[in-house]
Ligand binder design. Structure first.
Ligand SMILES: Nc1ncnc2c1ncn2[C@@H]1O[C@H](COP(=O)(O)OP(=O)(O)OP(=O)(O)O)[C@@H](O)[C@H]1O
Length: 258
């Protein structure tokens, strides 16, 4: 990790009319750092994630991002074309539902290769080789490269979505409940795989989850949200072992009773 943040959020708020989506959220994210945003349903996690990834324009606040050339840019002042370029190259987005992040009717190999082509890669043989290599890294057998994801299981689809996102070597990945909707045993394997890839690639990530076990396994730091506000933030192990805010204490103890 370096001493300069990769992403900086300052007083990010989003209101839907009178309703609070998220309110006055500030934090720094450093290269290689994984931040989990946790909280119950409706606490504002997805709203915040969408504001950070510029899929949603906040009502107020600033998010800046350190580009590969070391310049710092205000994300909401970028042109649409610049933002699209960031999304295709430097960022990944892993959706809870793989169908939202994949093209279900093109082959697994093409799903991965497409991201490389978007970067200007034109050598078909090379693209196929890289795609097959990435399928292997996410534990999809090479002989499935020509199959469409609609012929895959939920866990395979999610692994394919991860390969599609990571093949371009992003520096930051946004994940929205990446293991939600999967069987518990499938979740555990996927989490292990994700953790390994994030570590190997030195990826920074912002992970939205309502599952404290996911936060514990994947993240270095956590932010706990309630009614759109951050009620507590800190190092994951510290926060889960010794929660300070009454709400976090409730959240942790109710999970432990399950
Ligand atoms: N498009 C919208 N229009 C109006 N209100 C919205 C909209 N999206 C979210 N909200 C409201 O903003 C608040 C935060 O919702 P958000 O979806 O960010 O929470 P969440 O923590 O991600 O919940 P979940 O885990 O259920 O997805 C809620 O009160 C929700 O009703």
């Amino acid at each position: 990790m370096t001493d300069q943040p990769l992403l900086t959020a300052r007083s990010v708020s989003k209101f839907y009319g009178n309703r609070i989506g998220c309110n006055d959220v500030s934090f720094d994210l450093y290269p290689g750092e994984v931040l989990a945003i946790v909280g119950e349903s409706g606490s504002g996690k997805t709203t915040l994630l969408n504001c950070l990834s510029t899929r949603l324009l906040p009502t107020s606040g600033i998010v800046s991002y350190r580009m590969r050339d070391d310049t710092t840019r205000d994300l909401y002042r970028m042109s649409e074309a610049e933002r699209r370029f960031l999304m295709r190259t430097d960022w990944g987005f892993v959706h809870q539902n793989p169908a939202d992040g994949l093209r279900m009717t093109v082959s697994a190999g093409a799903n991965v290769g497409e991201r490389l082509m978007a970067l200007g890669d034109r050598n078909y043989g090379q693209i196929r080789e890289t795609a097959t290599d990435w399928l292997g890294r996410v534990e999809i057998a090479a002989d499935r490269v020509d199959d469409q994801p609609r012929a895959f299981s939920g866990g395979m689809r999610q692994r394919l979505q991860i390969a599609r996102n990571l093949v371009t070597g992003p520096r930051l990945v946004f994940m929205d409940e990446p293991t939600g909707g999967l069987d518990v045993s499938v979740q555990a394997r996927l989490l292990d795989l994700l953790r390994g890839l994030v570590q190997d690639m030195g990826l920074a990530a912002i992970v939205v989850t309502h599952d404290l076990a996911v936060a514990r396994l994947l993240s270095h730091r956590m932010m706990v949200m309630k009614d759109g506000h951050v009620v507590e933030s800190g190092l994951t192990d510290r926060l889960l072992d010794d929660p300070q805010a009454p709400y976090t204490q409730l959240l942790v103890s109710s999970i432990l009773q399950v």
